[in-house]
Design a protein around this ligand. Structure first.
Ligand code: GDP
Length: 418
């Protein structure tokens, strides 16, 4: 017992990529927001000058930018990485999640009785709490045992969502903004379609937890066929769990090969979501139970009791850690792409619209200056004052466009390239 089984608190995980990108985009939008406030004020000033330079319509457009930027920043603040777990009941979904979280957060073996989805996400508060659908009353989680009890005592709609908010300070993955969703078990529902609409459309990664003692079921396959019809190339990982049990069988090597062939064939040829090379990173033979037990003891600094780890457990632990590494790379990359690409595109469109407004203003004030100048030549210096003002205004517009639009566009373009 007490062996070191890899360090779960490693620095510089791939997950941080998401947080960094999020902060960067947020900073850019903050800056765009500041420019928009300036533009807005500028447009107001020009309107107040009483000159026919900016149309009412244009003015309204500028006012709308502020709301759009704020809207994007609100969505951005809520953006997180989401992983959803599927598989038959008792295949070990909850145990896999707990092993990844290095804590017994997810009640094991209750998905079956409640038929609800359980989501684990981070909270900044120091105590964990529970939120059930249709109520915004947080319920306290005194202890994990009590949580399982709470879940079975509250009346929950079938396929509804229970949210466990767990202190970010206690778990690295939650701190990095990963949200875990556990499903009731693919074998207990007829409602795969509504599941997909309700819980899957914004998932970045899907994990199918299989049971090493039996092959993929048709319902499991059907579910992923439906998912991949709705989402283009979903990221799917397959975990053959309970490998600690199967590996003891005489024909373990044959069984492993059979699972490998079938699962890879499913991902590559049937779903067509990965090519041959990528598929190798999507299938793992693990024991969630061993991973959880040894991690809990490792974090507490107590030796893992003999008998809770089967022979050859190091290999399965290694495979579990490998899965996590690939998973973290995949989920952060996918979330940055799908979630932030849209924001970046919107940011770009806003800055180019602002540029349009400013350029129109510039052109129009140039025209006016010319008109006024020629008028002045014909008449007298009556309009001298006005001419000077417009010249100043024109110069101001010019400077604004240079400093503002180019600056913002450069930033957005470089963020998009990154
Ligand atoms: P779920 O219904 O898919 O969430 O399954 P659970 O995580 O609740 O696991 C069901 C039962 O299988 C529990 O008693 C677990 O302790 C056990 N179990 C989970 N993973 C493993 C594993 O890798 N090996 C063994 N031997 N048992 C496991």
């Amino acid at each position: 017992g007490g062996r070191q089984l890899g360090n779960g608190h490693s620095q510089g995980s791939a997950l941080q990529f998401f947080g960094q990108a999020k902060k960067r985009i947020n900073d850019i939008f903050k800056e765009i927001g500041e420019y928009i406030v300036e533009t807005d004020k500028f447009v107001d000033d020009v309107m107040l000058s009483g000159q026919d330079i900016i149309s009412q319509e244009c003015c309204r457009v500028v006012k709308g930018f502020n709301e759009r930027v704020n809207g994007i920043m609100e969505i951005l603040a809520r953006d997180r990485m989401k992983v959803a777990f599927f598989g038959r009941t008792s295949n070990g979904k909850s145990t896999v999640i707990n092993a990844m979280l290095r804590d017994k957060i997810m009640p094991s073996g209750i998905g079956h009785t409640t038929h609800c989805f359980i989501q684990v996400e981070g909270t900044d508060s120091s105590e964990g709490f529970l939120l059930t659908e249709g109520s915004d009353q947080p319920q306290s989680i005194g202890s994990i045992k009590q949580l399982a009890h709470n879940l079975s005592s509250v009346k929950l709609e079938e396929n509804s969502l229970v949210r466990i908010l767990w202190p970010k300070s206690k778990c690295r993955l939650l701190k990095e903004d990963v949200v875990f969703v556990d499903s009731p078990g693919i074998d207990v529902t007829q409602e795969l379609d509504s599941w997909i609409d309700k819980y899957c459309l914004d998932a970045d990664v899907f994990v199918l937890v299989g049971n090493a003692e039996s092959t993929l079921m048709q319902t499991e396959k059907n579910f992923f066929h439906k998912v991949s019809a709705r989402l283009s190339k979903p990221n799917i990982f397959i975990l053959q769990n309970r490998w600690d049990v199967s590996v003891l069988e005489e024909d373990a090597d044959d069984v492993r090969k059979q699972h490998s062939d079938r699962n890879l064939q499913f991902l590559i040829d049937e779903l067509k979501v990965v090519d041959k090379k990528e598929a190798e990173d999507r299938l793992y033979f693990i024991s969630a139970r061993e991973a959880l037990v040894s991690r809990l003891h490792q974090d507490k600094g107590t030796p893992t009791p003999t008998g809770s780890l089967q022979e050859g457990f190091q290999i399965r632990m290694f495979e579990f850690a490998n899965f996590e590494r690939k998973f973290e790379e995949c989920i952060s990359k996918s979330a940055v792409q799908t979630k932030f690409e849209q924001h970046t595109a919107r940011g770009k469109s806003i800055t180019s619209e602002v540029r349009g407004v400013m350029e129109n203003t510039y052109t129009r004030s140039l025209e006016l200056t010319e008109e006024q100048l020629s008028l002045r030549r014909e008449k007298n210096d009556e309009l001298d004052y006005l001419g000077k003002q417009l010249k100043l205004l024109t110069q101001e517009v010019k400077d604004k466009i240079r400093s503002m639009v180019e600056d913002v566009e450069r930033k957005v373009a470089s963020a998009l390239n990154d």
